[in-house]
Each structure stands twice: as structure tokens, then as C-alpha cells.
Design a protein around this ligand. Structure first.
Ligand code: FAD
Length: 417
């Protein structure tokens, strides 16, 4: 590894990679350090034995018409599906499939819920979702669950700022070949030092000195592109310590949890007229969304979020496999039970290089996203999904913040000749 560079980028997720791309293109000698053995961070695809792509992290290109990864996928020939919403959905609540008219009533409840949050926000209240929305009626738990999927936290932990300020065009396009595949191919030509965790950043007016497990390097400035989970853990030490305001912003934007649990079903047991996505809730258990035989592969993907995801992750893979199997069998029949042949699941809280799923601004703390994004002494530049003020929690949002950090670096270092 070279010991000198203009800029050192710490973290090769979507944010760090986009910063590195922009800075290298501008002529700066840029070194990217990545703790893990692959690039992409929370964008990571595994190819399953049946040939399907399973995303352990992001899968959907959200807000597609604003999402730069759509053009990237087109240019690289990475396959995705264009759709409105999340595809054909069904609801199986407390033992019954809901009729379309009941589902429409549910969406009305959701509209009222969203309006309550917008009204409160417009009045200047930054408070929790729990303190804002109506707690009566049969849909409460389902919409609480959806909010926890969107933010990876539970509704008492989420600022309504996150719900109101997210720029949602309602176009959610799944990447058939895997979002992780897309990110890896997009950034394939960015040189990255893999398996090289940065352990300390010494910073000051004369630049930065970054300690890694493979040696030390010197640069004019650093782009910090790791998650708030990592920043809050102390695994990456700053000397001198980060200013108090920066530490407070990190604390105010913790990662929640969200895991995807994929079960391989041995045979084709699915009726052809089943929806692609079902939301199921059985008495005494939290709601769960199941993707049924995505892209025609005989598998099911269950998703869990918030404290429940943490609890299940701690309980272990067998417990996760059991709850998804139960949800499937209680809804579509016991014929599936003996046919679950394998499972693969994410465990983001336990991933030492991320430490959770994505950032949530705590009640009263939405403004901290903008503060987290601010550079420190024109030497430390911050990016990553948590620093976005309108596309947070997403992969394209992370990419946009990397581009923003690169512009800030260029405005300080000037144009390279
Ligand atoms: C289960 C799940 C589902 C999701 N679904 C979607 C979705 O459908 N659509 C969507 O848009 N987004 C989704 N997201 C969110 C999206 O994946 C993230 O917001 C985005 O990928 C974050 O990118 P980032 O660059 O900010 O951070 P990261 O991807 O976390 O990148 C940070 C990098 O820094 C590295 N690192 C950490 N510590 C060090 C160190 N000390 N030294 C060097 N390197 C270090 C890490 O290994 C990592 O590669 C999902 C996330 C999860 C977990």
C-alpha cells in the first residue's frame, strides 16, 4: 500500500466508492481503505446454488426516477424490474385473506397516518412516530411494521422528520441480478485496499495520518464513509477526538436493524396465482412480509426489522428459519414445512464493519443529519447514507452523499492540474 496520497477514503460502500470515483476523475491521488474482503458494504449480493441472486442488504432502487443507479444498471446491462409500488400484494391477517375493499380501507388509514405526521412536522414538532399517529384499529401493527422496515427502527425510536422528509417517488424497482452486483460492477475500476481496516485517524491543519492494520498513510484530508454504527463504536479512533457536535450527531443517528431471511423450498409448491408479496400476521406474532418465489425461484424471503430483528438475530439462525417457516406454513399450508431445505440470512447487527442496518434519526434529532454531513476543519469530510437529508437509509442516497463530499474536497483542495 502506498503511504502517501492526496485523499484517503475510509469505507468502500456506495458512498466511499462514489467519492473515490469523483476524486480520482478530478485527478487526485486517492486511496480507498476497506475493512472487509469485498467492496459494497451494505450492498452485497450472494449467488445461491440455484443461480438466483440474493441480496443480504439493499435490493430495491428506490425513487427510481431520481436514482442514479438506474442509468448505471442500463449501461452495465444489470437486470431490474420497473414497477409502481412493490408489486402485487396480499394481506393475511389473523387467519383470513383480506378482500380488496378491506385493503383499500387499510391504505386510507395509512394516508391519515402520513397526514398526521406531515401536520405535526409543519407545526414545528420533531417527535416520535408513536406520539403522532392514531393507535386504534386493526391496521396499527401492520403500519408500525412498515415504518420499521423503512427506518429499521421501532416507531418510538423514529423522528417523524425521517418519515416526512424522505424523497419518495413511489417507484421501487428491484434489481433482479442483485443491487450488490450492480454496485460491485459500477465501481469495479476503483482501486481499493481490501481487508484493511483503518483503526485511527490523526487529523489537524497539516492533514491526516491514518493508521491501518497494514501500515500508516499520510494524506491532505480524509473522507469518512463508514456507518454511524462504526463511528459510534469507537473502532475507528480520532485523535484529537471529534468535536462534541459531531459526536452528538453520530449518537442521534443510530442504526436500527433489518434482516432478510431466505428459505430454499425444495419443490415447486406455490400456486401460480399467489401474489409476489404477502404480509402476514398471526395472533401473538409480529407482522412479517414474505416475498414468494421471487423471479420464479422456489424460495421465500421473510423480512424483520427493529428490536424484533435484533432479538431474532441474537436467538440465532435456527430461530429465524423457524419464524419464517411458521409464517409461511400458517398462511399457505403445512405442505411447505418438510420442504425447507436450506436457509441464508443476513445478520447486520453482528457485522463488525457496519453494526446495524441503516440510520434512524431519533425523535427531536432530524436536524442532526445535516450536522453529521458537515466537514471538520476542511480536513475530515463525511458521507454515507446517514448524512443525506432526503435520501437517507438508501444506497442511491449514499452514492449522492459521496458525490457531495467529493465536491466539498475539491472546493478546498482546488482543481488538480
Ligand atoms: C437488509 C438491508 C436492506 C436494505 N434495503 C435497501 C434497499 O432495498 N434499497 C436501498 O436503496 N437501500 C437499502 N438498504 C440501505 C443501503 O444498503 C445502505 O443505505 C447503503 O448501502 C449504505 O451505504 P454507505 O456507503 O453509506 O455505507 P456502507 O455500505 O456501510 O459502507 C461503509 C463501508 O465501510 C467499511 N468499513 C467499516 N469500518 C471500516 C474501517 N474501520 N476501515 C475501513 N473500512 C471500514 C465497511 O466494511 C463498508 O464497506 C438496505 C440495507 C440493509 C441492511
Amino acid at each position: 500500500m502506498n503511504s502517501q496520497a492526496d485523499i484517503v477514503v475510509i469505507g468502500a460502500g456506495a458512498a466511499g466508492l462514489s467519492a473515490a470515483q469523483a476524486l480520482s476523475q478530478a485527478g487526485f491521488h486517492t486511496i480507498v481503505l476497506e475493512a472487509d474482503g469485498h467492496i459494497g458494504g451494505r450492498a452485497y449480493t450472494e449467488i445461491m446454488p440455484d443461480g438466483s441472486a440474493f441480496d443480504l442488504g439493499c435490493h430495491w432502487m428506490h425513487s427510481a426516477s431520481l436514482n442514479p443507479f438506474v442509468a448505471t444498471a442500463d449501461a452495465l446491462g444489470v437486470r431490474y424490474e420497473r414497477r409502481k409500488g412493490y408489486g402485487r400484494s396480499g394481506f393475511f391477517l389473523n387467519g383470513d385473506w383480506l378482500e380488496d375493499t378491506d385493503v383499500l380501507k387499510g391504505w386510507k388509514v395509512e394516508e391519515r397516518r402520513e397526514k398526521a405526521m406531515v401536520d405535526a412536522w409543519d407545526k414545528g414538532c420533531d417527535q416520535s412516530v408513536l406520539d403522532t399517529v392514531d393507535r386504534e384499529g386493526p391496521w396499527v401493527e401492520v403500519f408500525d411494521y412498515f415504518d420499521s422496515l423503512n427506518t429499521s427502527s421501532d416507531i418510538d425510536q423514529i423522528s417523524i422528520g425521517d418519515m416526512v422528509n424522505y424523497n419518495d417517488t413511489e417507484e421501487n424497482w428491484p434489481v433482479v441480478d442483485g443491487y450488490g452486483t450492480l454496485v460491485a460492477r459500477w465501481a469495479a475500476d476503483v482501486p481499493v485496499e481490501l481487508n484493511t481496516p483503518a483503526t485511527a485517524v490523526h487529523w489537524g491543519h497539516s492533514g491526516v495520518r491514518v493508521e491501518t492494520l497494514r501500515g500508516t498513510l499520510q494524506a491532505k484530508c480524509a473522507v469518512i464513509a463508514v456507518s454511524t454504527g462504526v463511528l459510534g463504536s469507537g473502532d475507528l479512533r480520532f485523535s484529537p477526538e471529534l468535536p462534541v457536535k459531531k459526536s452528538q450527531a453520530i449518537e442521534a443517528l443510530p442504526l436500527g436493524n433489518y434482516n432478510r431471511i431466505r428459505l430454499t423450498i425444495d419443490r415447486h409448491l406455490f400456486d401460480d396465482d399467489l401474489p409476489e408479496r404477502i404480509v402476514v400476521q398471526h395472533p401473538g406474532t409480529p407482522p412479517m412480509q414474505l416475498s414468494l418465489r421471487p423471479y420464479g425461484f422456489d424460495c421465500v424471503i421473510g423480512i424483520v426489522a427493529g428490536r424484533y430483528a435484533d432479538w431474532l438475530e441474537r436467538a440465532g439462525p435456527e430461530a429465524s428459519r423457524a419464524v419464517v417457516t411458521d409464517a409461511l406454513c400458517q398462511t399457505l399450508g403445512e405442505k411447505f414445512r418438510g420442504q425447507v431445505k436450506a436457509d441464508r440470512q443476513s445478520a447486520w447487527r453482528g457485522n463488525a464493519f457496519v453494526r446495524g442496518a441503516y440510520s434512524t434519526s431519533m425523535p427531536g434529532q432530524f436536524y442532526q443529519r445535516a450536522l453529521l454531513a458537515q466537514a471538520v476543519q476542511d480536513t475530515l469530510f463525511f458521507c454515507g447514507e446517514a448524512t443525506s437529508i432526503d435520501h437517507f437509509c438508501t444506497c442511491h442516497g449514499a452514492r449522492m452523499t459521496g458525490e457531495r463530499a467529493a465536491r466539498e474536497v475539491r472546493s478546498v483542495l482546488g482543481v488538480q492540474t
